[in-house]
Design a protein around this ligand. Sequence first.
Ligand SMILES: Cc1cc2nc3c(=O)[nH]c(=O)nc-3n(C[C@H](O)[C@H](O)[C@H](O)COP(=O)(O)OP(=O)(O)OC[C@H]3O[C@@H](n4cnc5c(N)ncnc54)[C@H](O)[C@@H]3O)c2cc1C
Length: 454
Amino acid sequence: MKTFIEPQKKLKVRAEVDVLVVGGGPAGIMAAEAAAKDKNLHVMLLESRGFLGGNLTIGLPILAFLNKNGNQIIKGAPQKFVDRLAARGCATGHKRCKLHMSLTMVDPDMVKTVAWEIMDEQGVEVLLYVFVSDAIVENGEVKGVIIESKAGREVILAKTIIDCTGDADVAYRAGVECTMGDSEGRMQPPSLMFSMRGVDLQQVRDNVVNHYDEYTMDIMPAEQFKTGNFTMVGMRKQLADAISKGYNITVSRTIFMTGIKDDELWVNMTRECGTDGTDPVSYTHAEHECRKQMYDVAKYLKEYIPGFEKAWIENVPPFTGIRETRVIKGKHVFTKEELLDGARFDDAIAVASYPIDLHHEVGGDCTLIYGKDSYDLPYGVLVPEKVENLLVAGRSSSMTHDAMAATRVMSTVMALGEAAGCAARIALEDNVKPSQVDVKKVQAALLENGAYLR
Ligand SMILES: Cc1cc2nc3c(=O)[nH]c(=O)nc-3n(C[C@H](O)[C@H](O)[C@H](O)COP(=O)(O)OP(=O)(O)OC[C@H]3O[C@@H](n4cnc5c(N)ncnc54)[C@H](O)[C@@H]3O)c2cc1C
């Protein structure tokens, strides 16, 4: 491999802050908000794209605010975020779902606006269009990051960093041990979401309810589709027929879900197996392939599913969504067994309920494994095993491959983000490292903000 030795260069320090949150997705928004509470600290949020929200802006419902028994187990800041959207008619309530615990639809664009509003209120300094490319580490402690932007390469120094990049970019560059995928390094595939408008939603509902045997649904009973939000997952026979006729479709289940508008459905049916979201060549290939698949998926829906005849593709998010890349090795690695057992921990900082939902690394299917109604996530999943002054919240928190297939859903990552923000703030107030923070104080702060802990 050809290499190039980069000459040494003096970099400008753009800012010195108390808490630096990298990545403005669902976890990062919650982390920045919680860290900045009461405006005592200088908190900065860095985001490489031109908007906040991450995968919360690509047309996905937030899954699992409720557990299997219908009890709400994600509250606190995530619920307040949804309340703000709902006050504008831009989020639904939490509808129970046999397959997904619960569904909460949100308007992807209003997510960006509400996230800004919260950052403004909390005095968080937001910097968009900056990509964090490296970490500055001294004696095992993270001191800052290198950012790249139109302004060139610069430095931001911070007392504590919360990595919410989804890919553990900061942690990985700082030397934290990370894993990717299953024992063979295979990861869940990415998908490009898209919405269709002009759908006759009533006809779609009636069709499934009245011809349930023909339009078989995974697990979900016909009643679930009569009113309110739904995600339809099934219709395998119809899809197999289209694929046999040469449609470029790589999934084996039809999946679409209601949005906020009456004639809108969001479609989750593209996929490119074998993608590595941390490799630009691989990710570029996935973007290209998923975009090509999108048109055949839309054609299939229009031809096979009554109610779609007059529909058109309305909204295509600006990026293909990545389900899985790096996860860190933390003080606690949360496992499938703990999840299925409904594990409880004294240092719980979030309670979650979503089952293992593993989109197959090869092929077009998905496996769901259900455990007890809820499980705790301990503080150690946020704390890297070795490097100090760093917390990692979101889909790259410390989990096994199977467990992260559950904890990656947005209600859970939001709760993890809130916990990380609280912990960073309390650690600085108490003048201790985040790894040494008094978790009882973190729990008290979370409860004070309305979070649920068992
Ligand atoms: C196709 C698909 C379908 C899914 N379906 C659902 C669903 O129905 N319901 C559900 O609840 N969950 C679903 N998920 C899972 C969920 O969307 C993600 O796991 C979750 O959004 C992860 O949140 P996060 O904040 O950790 O990361 P992200 O949402 O990915 O946010 C990370 C943010 O960090 C920024 N960033 C990354 N690297 C850098 C860097 N180096 N410098 C600066 N900024 C950076 C990114 O631009 C992004 O804004 C789905 C995921 C995918 C891909």
